[in-house]
Design a protein around this ligand. Structure first.
Ligand SMILES: Cc1cc2nc3c(=O)[nH]c(=O)nc-3n(C[C@H](O)[C@H](O)[C@H](O)COP(=O)(O)OP(=O)(O)OC[C@H]3O[C@@H](n4cnc5c(N)ncnc54)[C@H](O)[C@@H]3O)c2cc1C
Length: 415
């Protein structure tokens, strides 16, 4: 079979993989999408649904040196650590913290900006005229602070955001409850960003995008990928449990699980997970008008079709440990304090794996000239930047021009 006749295989049907598959179809390519589970069931399922155009400041910003010890020692902190995992975590953590300097942060931010800043438009252009449109909303987004002083203490983040045009309107004192009546009278400061957007059902959204992929003639195989077979250092086939898919090129968009798939390719992939949790309040008695970030709890609150979703926190504890109780209890405690009138019928809870590299940048690009492309490592902003990443990958796979310097995302940068 001529090489051009073979399909392109995309491995992993989360927001990044499905977006990539769709952009490749837009370029007229035959695509096979493979996932060990049903589409959208990884990290893409339980996130806060924010199209976080303003989220160019990484967790490992210089401020982290000040806040990390406070978080680790506090009994009421949004950061959790599974101590038994600490020895395994340490090499990654050292590299992660080494990036928390002014100069490194500046570079990281410059690279994150193109992935996030026009996310609402990126999503709109991907879903235009499809059934996925119904899950996409224009909205405002607010950071919620107990006091004006707490907002001022967040100066580093706001200075960066403002530099990219994300300048908040401040709402202070009792006016906060006019803007968002759900908030407790104890909340005295909101920093409101206009012109943002969110997804009202992340799983439904990825599924709807996947339906479009299938309607366009895309093939889906629900099996686990075991290996990438190469001949003369170029992809030849994608190996499943009981069959192989001979392919022209392969794209690894398998989130946190990507590392295993490319472990034989002589590149270093220091990928670690920032485990995150959500609580959904089903049939809530009150809802916010727009999504918000409860800064005290480092979780977002988003009105969704399934209820009021409070999603966030960070737990460092690897892939294998079971979900913890403490982050869930923490989210419940802070949300009930922040929304004192909230009543609900039931709650559902979830944990997911954010895939994070030590410099908080994803790996997007081709590994040498192997025909194997990477699209993973999107930490807290995968829902936001999935479509843009898919577009970049489709341009790279099809050798089309890209007006963007992607060297910062190089899959070989940790070599
Ligand atoms: C609590 C929480 C809140 C968040 N909130 C937001 C938010 O508001 N906005 C935002 O932008 N981001 C948010 N994120 C981050 C976002 O969810 C992730 O960055 C994003 O979902 C990653 O998408 P992905 O497609 O790379 O990976 P995933 O969605 O994890 O998809 C990877 C897929 O690969 C498949 N796979 C893995 N291994 C194999 C294999 N061997 N063979 C076949 N298939 C395989 C998996 O089954 C899975 O379907 C949040 C994350 C969490 C945990």
């Amino acid at each position: 079979m001529k090489n051009e006749m073979k399909p392109i295989v995309v491995i992993g049907a989360g927001i990044v993989g499905v977006s990539t598959a769709l952009w490749l179809q837009n370029q007229g390519k035959e695509v096979v999408l493979v996932d060990k589970a049903l589409p959208g069931n990884g990290a893409s399922m339980g996130n806060a649904g924010l199209l976080a155009q303003w989220a160019m400041v990484p967790v490992n910003a210089p401020e982290l040196w000040k806040s990390a010890p406070k978080y680790l020692l506090s009994k009421s902190s949004p950061i959790f650590l599974k101590w038994h995992y600490f020895p395994k975590l340490l090499p990654w953590l050292i590299k992660f913290m080494a990036n928390a300097t002014e100069s490194r942060s500046k570079k990281i931010i410059e690279n994150l900006v193109p992935l996030v800043q026009d996310s609402v438009d990126q999503h709109k252009s991907l879903v235009k005229g499809t059934s996925a449109e119904k899950w996409l909303r224009d909205s405002k987004f607010s950071y919620i602070y107990k006091t004006h002083e707490a907002f001022k203490a967040d100066a580093y983040g706001w200075k960066v955001k403002s530099g990219y045009g994300f300048i908040p309107n401040l709402v202070l004192g009792n006016d906060v409850r006019d803007e968002e009546p759900i908030l407790s009278p104890d909340v005295r400061c909101m920093a409101v960003l206009e012109g943002q957007g969110h997804i009202t059902n992340p799983l439904g959204y990825v599924k709807a995008l996947f339906d479009v992929f299938q309607k366009n003639g895309g093939k889906f195989i629900k099996k686990s990928v075991k290996n990438l077979n190469t001949v003369n250092d170029h992809i030849y086939s994608v190996q499943l449990e009981d069959e192989e898919i001979i392919c022209q090129k392969a794209v690894v968009t398998s989130g946190i699980w990507s590392k295993n798939l490319i472990k034989n390719l002589k590149i270093k992939v220091p990928l670690e997970t920032e485990r995150g949790y959500h609580v959904v309040y089903e049939n809530p008695s009150v809802e916010p008008r727009n999504p918000m970030m409860i800064t005290e709890g480092k979780f977002a609150v988003t009105p969704m079709t399934t209820g009021l979703r409070c999603a966030g926190t960070v737990e460092l504890g690897g892939l294998n440990a079971s979900a913890s109780r403490k982050p869930i209890d923490f989210i419940k405690k802070v949300s009930q304090k922040t929304f004192p009138d909230l009543k609900f019928e039931n709650t559902s809870e979830w944990m997911g794996f954010r895939p994070t590299l030590p410099d908080s940048l994803p790996m997007i690009g081709e590994i040498d000239n192997t025909g194997i492309f990477t699209g993973f490592g999107h930490q807290h902003i995968g829902m936001t930047s999935g479509p843009k990443t898919g577009f970049i990958l489709a341009q790279l796979v099809t050798n089309n021009k890209l007006n963007l310097d992607i060297s910062g995302y190089s899959p070989k940068r940790f070599k």
